[in-house]
Design a protein around this ligand. Structure first.
Ligand code: SF4
Ligand code: SF4
Length: 183
């Protein structure tokens, strides 16, 4: 009986074990080039960011302290294939409370950008981005809701400037990224 309990523990330990071949020593320097991510090396793993993060309270896997450590260690492939990085709500609580002034949310954003460059954008974000490009809104607002607004005397929703949105998508290269994601 005791042996069957030991096996899952051994599996978990194997999964969390880090091999030196997985570590990219350049990774933290690459990340530190992103705006707001410059102070990544200053993190001393106090854990304040995790203790105060609203997402970590509700999700067993999302731990900002751990993401920063993994980035410092250069565990690039593990990070860029992990959907957990998309859970950050960019509330900036971690940044406000970090004693080392580490831009945790900016580091997570940098990880997301690199993930998108690898064409690993989660489907839900692709959909949101496509909606914005097509309509100017992240969600398609059902006609029923629009009617309800009218009935309750609310003003019509502002019309999006689609020309400017398309231009923005094009100059930032995001149009191409979205096209690539479709393939
Ligand atoms: S609060 Fe700052 S120093 Fe502490 S673990 Fe988080 S990033 Fe590192
Ligand atoms: S910005 Fe992201 S990592 Fe920081 S506290 Fe908010 S949800 Fe957590």
């Amino acid at each position: 009986m005791a042996e069957t309990k030991k096996k899952p523990q051994a599996e978990a330990t194997k999964k969390t074990m880090v091999k030196s071949s997985e570590m990219d020593p350049r990774f933290k320097y690459d990340i530190s080039k992103f705006p707001g991510a410059e102070k990544i090396a200053l993190c001393f793993q106090c854990g304040t960011c995790t203790a105060d993060c609203p997402i970590a309270r509700f999700d067993d896997f999302y731990r900002p302290r751990k993401l920063i450590r993994m980035t410092q260690l250069g565990l690039k492939d593990r990070l860029l294939s992990n959907d957990v990085i998309w859970l950050c709500s960019t509330c900036f609580t971690c940044i406000d409370h970090c004693p080392q002034d580490v831009g945790i949310a900016s580091i997570v954003r940098a990880l997301r950008n690199l993930t998108v460059e690898r064409s690993h954008m989660p489907a839900v974000y692709k959909e949101l981005a496509s909606n914005i490009r097509k309509t100017g809104y992240a969600y398609t607002i059902p006609n029923m809701r629009l009617r309800k607004r009218q009935e309750t005397g609310l003003p019509s929703l502002p019309k999006a400037n689609l020309e400017s949105i398309t231009k923005l998508f094009d100059v930032t290269g995001f149009s191409k990224t979205l096209e690539k994601e479709k393939t």
